[in-house]
Design a protein around this ligand. Structure first.
Ligand code: GLA
Length: 347
């Protein structure tokens, strides 16, 4: 169902913000009709959209390297898909800033898409209720798949649009057209634990149609047994992880995360050296669990660690990098945060 028409009091300029995401567990399951458990993080992309008198789309970003215009395809795609929903999107000046590392596995692309869509909703006076947020998430997924050529599965956009403070989202893709989303309270800091994201520094390119991501999708569709073994077991791990979280059985959750990494490394074969080195160093230094997060081939890990061991774990990872002469990785302690929001809309 298309969204209802926007209210008749549109603005001239609006600002939208959408977060990046970490997937706690459940990787490469979304496009396989399975389960995942992402949460929105407190790193975000902000888009300012200003109504133009003509029908042009003029885009600027402070983060994109000079000459790199690939990111603009996401914005063009989002505007086209919102128009397909029946939104009356005018010509726009679009300004983007971001604290989500670009191409770093925290879904900078979904944050960009959802920030632009949210800003446009603010501009048009379009209320963002739960149903509209899902529609926007799906429009953004289509923008990425059809306009950019990255055949992603939908987890990232749902996390960016529906994220809730202090919660992960259990997403069940059994019905691809109507994924079921259940918020799961994730009270790690109450129990003295932290969620540490480590950026390996290796960039991946999902938009590469011949890349590993698209290839894995094809292998699953063709019934490759080892790939599908990962998917079946990963779905079981997500269910077990939700039980562990409900019971606040954190060591059990940690073990499931580490097992997920092993399966992504050995059965799904989407890990790389630096991801494995971070995971091994973190576990070696006493983390409860650690795994790559996102599509793989680079990007970030997520580590569950007692707050009082954070420094030791970070140091161990840095030392493992130094021993190999690799440039130092980045670390961020993240909190499960809220989804996209309109920050301001001015008439
Ligand atoms: C990327 C995609 C998601 C999902 C993950 C792997 O982040 O955008 O849809 O498939 O990889 O779990």
């Amino acid at each position: 169902m298309p969204s209802p028409s926007p209210s008749p009091s549109p603005s001239t300029v609006a600002v939208g913000r959408a977060p990046g995401r970490v997937n706690l567990i459940g990787e490469h399951t979304d496009y396989n009709g399975g389960l995942c458990l992402p949460f929105a993080v407190d790193l975000a992309t902000t888009a300012t959209v200003r109504r133009r008198d003509d029908d042009r789309l003029v885009m600027r970003s402070r983060e994109a390297p000079a000459g790199d215009e690939q990111w603009t395809a996401y914005v063009v795609g989002v505007v086209a898909e919102l128009r397909r929903l029946g939104w009356d999107v005018p010509g726009l000046d679009v300004d983007v800033t971001s604290t989500v590392p670009l191409g770093g596995g925290l879904s900078s692309s979904a944050a960009l898409e959802c920030a632009v869509a949210t800003a446009v909703a603010g501009l048009l006076g379009q209320a963002l209720d739960g149903a509209t947020r899902r529609e926007v998430a799906e429009a953004c997924r289509r923008a990425e798949t059809e306009h950019v050529g990255a055949p992603t599965g939908g987890m990232d956009q749902l996390a960016a649009m529906l994220g809730a403070d202090g919660h992960a989202l259990l997403v069940d893709f059994a019905d691809r057209d109507r994924p079921q989303v259940t918020p799961v309270p994730l009270p790690v800091s109450r129990d003295g634990l932290a969620l540490l994201v480590t950026d390996t520094g290796v960039r991946h390119v999902l938009a590469d149609g011949d890349g590993g991501y698209a290839q894995r999708r094809r292998e699953c569709a063709a019934g490759h047994p080892r790939r599908l073994r990962h998917v079946t077991r990963e779905n079981e791990r997500v269910r077990a992880a939700v039980e562990a979280i409900d019971a606040r059985a954190w060591p059990r959750l940690g073990d499931l995360m580490t097992a997920s990494h092993g399966s992504l490394r050995d059965d799904y074969e989407v890990s790389v050296d630096r991801l494995d080195v971070v995971v091994d160093a973190a576990i070696g230094a006493g983390a409860l669990g650690s795994r790559m997060t996102g599509g793989g081939f680079g990007g970030c890990t997520i580590t569950l660690v007692a707050e009082k061991r954070l420094g030791v774990v970070r140091d161990a990872v840095d030392a493992a990098y130094r021993a190999r002469d690799w440039a130092a990785p980045g670390h961020h302690v993240v909190q499960p945060g809220r989804g996209a929001e309109v920050l301001s809309a001015v008439e």
